[in-house]
Design a binder for this molecule. Structure first.
Ligand SMILES: [Zn+2]
Length: 232
């Protein structure tokens, strides 16, 4: 295709790419990056591609506008942390030498001399996530024959957790913005993978067994999981 496809008005929201394995044209919503991927088979004609995107213009606009709003780490913003509603309270003090952050019941207190303190809040919440997720994983695996070799806390875009054959588990720090049953479900899911590396009946039975609220946690992640990318 030599001629460019006209996506005027949607430039900020549509990312086009050719995929030799794609069988047909498709639009895929990518909530983490607040965009839609327009996937084209290698030999799709310009005319068909243009007609496809033209007929889905409103669909793209609707999907993007439905995405949950960004919640920046700023003074006065409310974020859910470990199932609690927490307000970010920033106390700016230029005489301070360093930033101190403390998680109280319903306040995340940030005492700082910095203008750009958001990266500090992210680092702090990642640390909190590491402690919590590691504790939950320890509980889940306490009675299993296999333990996690290492738990990594990451900022993953598409998966909330993963487990490798050799027992390395990776979990998203963003799970601390989810309700406790949802966080619990994701950890239980990866813990169950230590015993079963598939999604077999035995896997799901163990996963359910390890969960506090299997149905509630699983359905919350399915319906609202993508919203966890809105914070920070
Ligand atoms: Zn799985």
């Amino acid at each position: 295709m030599s001629k460019a496809i006209d996506i005027s008005g949607l430039e900020a929201h549509v990312k086009m790419r050719r995929d030799s394995r794609a069988k047909r044209m498709a639009l895929r919503l990518d909530p983490a990056n607040r965009c839609v991927h327009f996937v084209l088979p290698r030999f799709a004609s310009h005319k068909k591609a243009q007609a496809f995107i033209d007929s889905h213009r409103q669909w793209v606009i609707d999907r993007i506008s439905e995405l949950p709003e960004y919640m920046p780490f700023e003074d006065g913003v409310n974020i859910p942390v470990l199932g609690r509603d927490v307000e970010i309270v920033v106390e700016k003090d230029l005489t301070r030498k360093s930033t101190h952050i403390e998680l109280q019941d319903h306040i995340l207190l940030v005492q700082t001399n910095l203008d750009d303190y958001a990266p500090r809040i992210k680092r702090f919440l990642k640390k909190v996530a590491r402690e919590y997720l590691t504790d939950i994983m320890d509980e889940k695996t306490a009675n299993l024959d296999r333990k996690a070799i290492k738990i990594q806390i990451r900022d993953t875009k598409s998966r909330w957790g993963s487990c490798s054959v050799d027992g390395h588990i990776s979990l998203s720090w963003r799970l601390i913005f989810a309700p406790s049953e949802a966080m619990d479900y994701v950890v239980a899911h990866e813990a169950a993978h230590l015993m079963h590396m598939d999604h077999s009946k035995r896997f799901w039975a163990l996963c359910e067994d390890l969960c506090i609220d299997y149905d509630g946690g699983k359905s919350w992640m399915r319906e609202h999981g993508h919203g966890l990318h809105r914070y920070g």
